[in-house]
Design a protein around this ligand. Sequence first.
Ligand code: ADP
Ligand code: MG
Length: 258
Amino acid sequence: MGVVKRFRIKSFKEQNSIVKLEKISMVYNKRVILNDISLAINRHEVLGLLGPNGVGKSTIFQIINGLQDPTYGKVIINDTDCTNLPVYERATKFKLSMCPQYGGFFYELSVLENLQTVAEIHIKEKKDRQRKIDKIIAQFSLDSILNVKAKHISGGERRKLVIGMALVNDPNILLLDEPMAALDILSIQMIQEIIINLQAMEKITIVVCDHNAKSLLSCVDRAVVLSNGKIIVSGTPNEIIEDKNAKNAYFGDDFKIN
Ligand SMILES: Nc1ncnc2c1ncn2[C@@H]1O[C@H](COP(=O)(O)OP(=O)(O)O)[C@@H](O)[C@H]1O
Ligand SMILES: [Mg+2]
């Protein structure tokens, strides 16, 4: 599979952050999972979080969207301290959407019913609701599975559905927790293309994590590598794979993107 992201839309040299994590620590039952992490996410970038299973990637996402309160530190969105705001306020006021690592849809409802359910929560006018649903169906080619229960559709189709549901809210920020895990090669490529298109066409800031470096680095502008509760390196894909600390802690010596 070739590198999908052949061009970088922006180099993000000027600092224009939409989300900032300030000195975040997370302690579960006396276990320190995140240790004094600070991270700025630039507006309109695709940022990748890399790190082995259990390093704290999902925990970071949950802290950003409000499902978890950090033990210490602040979550700033659009220059506003959101650390104590509930999930729904971050979703509505700050247009933050998240596709969780597992689930994120109603198993017993059809694809169309799943989209309708989310749309009824977010969009008041029936016409606008229908317009939005039609757009998502076309955008992700969901026509042929509209009436199939979500529990019966394939892994790739589920990811498209969950991303589609997250877009109903017209998000400015989209958090994708392992959207490529357990997918075949073509489905991974499809998700990478979706990510790049969402950034390019809809100007959404995207944070995506994966434990598989190859899949992730093909579709991000910048990535950070997590190890032992810390961010050990941050940079473009080429910069981080050449980094000594990242090689020691995560990539090994023989890793290549292509
Ligand atoms: N609610 C929780 N209570 C206790 N420990 C948790 C909880 N959520 C996550 N953990 C632990 O925190 C660590 C990081 O988990 P997670 O963020 O899911 O990692 P990743 O997404 O990188 O695989 C793991 O060791 C996990 O067992
Ligand atoms: Mg996870």
